[in-house]
Design a protein around this ligand. Structure first.
Ligand code: FMN
Length: 304
């Protein structure tokens, strides 16, 4: 009833973890019942270690989290040394997430992850600053998306998921560029740029200044972008942004997503994916539907 597919990848559930919110190694899957999580999406790894941004790195807002972790990680070599064996032992698809500051760094990540059987797919996090291209993220220009995705595509037959940023005026040209360059699926979307001010100190609340907003506040934005992207491309769309209950997930499926990543909701309730899976089974049974039947079924109102 929950089974879905993202391209060639068959998943027992449309519920996935969102990168950066469920750890590096799969240990947190102990919070979940077997069969509830479709795939474990790991935190972004970069070729070299990154210390991350100056603290504080997280601040709560009325309906979500603003974060500026800054892709803290120990670099791909240590990551594989410390986590590969545990990831290989997991009985569910694992998706590696790759970051970099140049096309060459993304290529290095795909060269490292591509040959490993532990990974069912590679998600490219294109929200990283493009140092070569003047520090704007790769995800902000179709040309940069084309360059990085086609360079990675040449290096692997593994499914490549391309994670787009919502911090653009129009997301469809970026989605089309990723599809034309060989992406197998698109994750829509990363966090929404925001700012919280500590007015007494006349300083940003986060050490790095701006941060990325996630959680319930961003859900309608992600929903709109999932719809726009699903209308524009033929490849599957994976939703990411504010999902916390079965109703949210069902909305994303109807809007055009084949699977839904759960991030911020898991910080408050680490077992929420199992709670949502149980809710989904109840809702779908009541309607006599399978999750996959709902994908992209949104009927759009006629113009007045
Ligand atoms: C604390 C935190 C860390 C994150 N780290 C990453 C990351 O390393 N790579 C990435 O692609 N996205 C990262 N994200 C973005 C999430 O994967 C997700 O796309 C976003 O939070 C929206 O989904 P949500 O509202 O369900 O959290 C992070 C989000 C949060 C809140």
């Amino acid at each position: 009833m929950l089974a879905t597919r993202v391209g060639a990848l068959e998943l027992c559930s449309p519920l996935l973890t969102a990168s950066g919110t469920f750890g590096h190694d799969g240990e947190a899957t102990a919070f979940l019942e077997a069969g509830d999580l479709g795939a474990l999406v790991l935190k972004t790894v970069t070729p070299r270690p990154r210390h991350g941004n100056r603290p504080p790195r997280l601040v709560e807002t009325p309906a979500g989290l603003l974060n500026s972790i800054g892709l803290e990680n120990r670099g791909v070599e240590v990551f594989l040394e410390q986590n590969l064996a545990a990831l290989e032992a997991l009985e569910l698809p694992v998706v590696a997430n790759a970051g970099g500051e140049s096309v060459e760094e993304y290529r290095a990540m795909v060269r490292a992850f591509g040959p490993l059987d532990a990974f069912a797919a590679i998600e490219l996090n294109l929200s990283c600053p493009n140092v070569q291209g003047g520090s704007l993220p790769f995800s902000s220009s179709p040309e940069a998306v084309t360059e990085v995705v086609s360079a990675c595509r040449r290096l692997t037959d593994k499914p490549l998921w391309v994670k787009l940023s919502p911090n653009v005026t129009r997301i469809s040209p970026l989605a089309l560029a990723a599809e034309a360059a060989g992406a197998d699926a698109l994750t829509v979307c990363n966090t929404v740029l925001g700012l919280v001010v500590d007015w007494r100190r006349r300083r940003p609340a986060l050490g790095a200044g701006f941060g990325g907003l996630s959680g319930p506040a961003v859900r309608p934005i992600a929903m709109r972008m999932v719809r726009e992207v699903a209308q524009a491309v033929e490849i599957p769309v994976i939703a990411s942004g504010g999902a916390a209950c079965a109703d949210d997930v069902l909305q994303f499926l109807v809007a055009g997503a084949s699977a839904v990543q759960i991030g911020t909701a898991g910080f408050r309730e680490p077992s929420c994916i199992s709670r949502i899976a149980a809710e989904l089974r109840r809702e779908l049974a009541a309607e006599g539907l399978a999750a996959a039947e709902l994908v992209g079924t949104l009927a759009w109102p006629d113009p007045a």
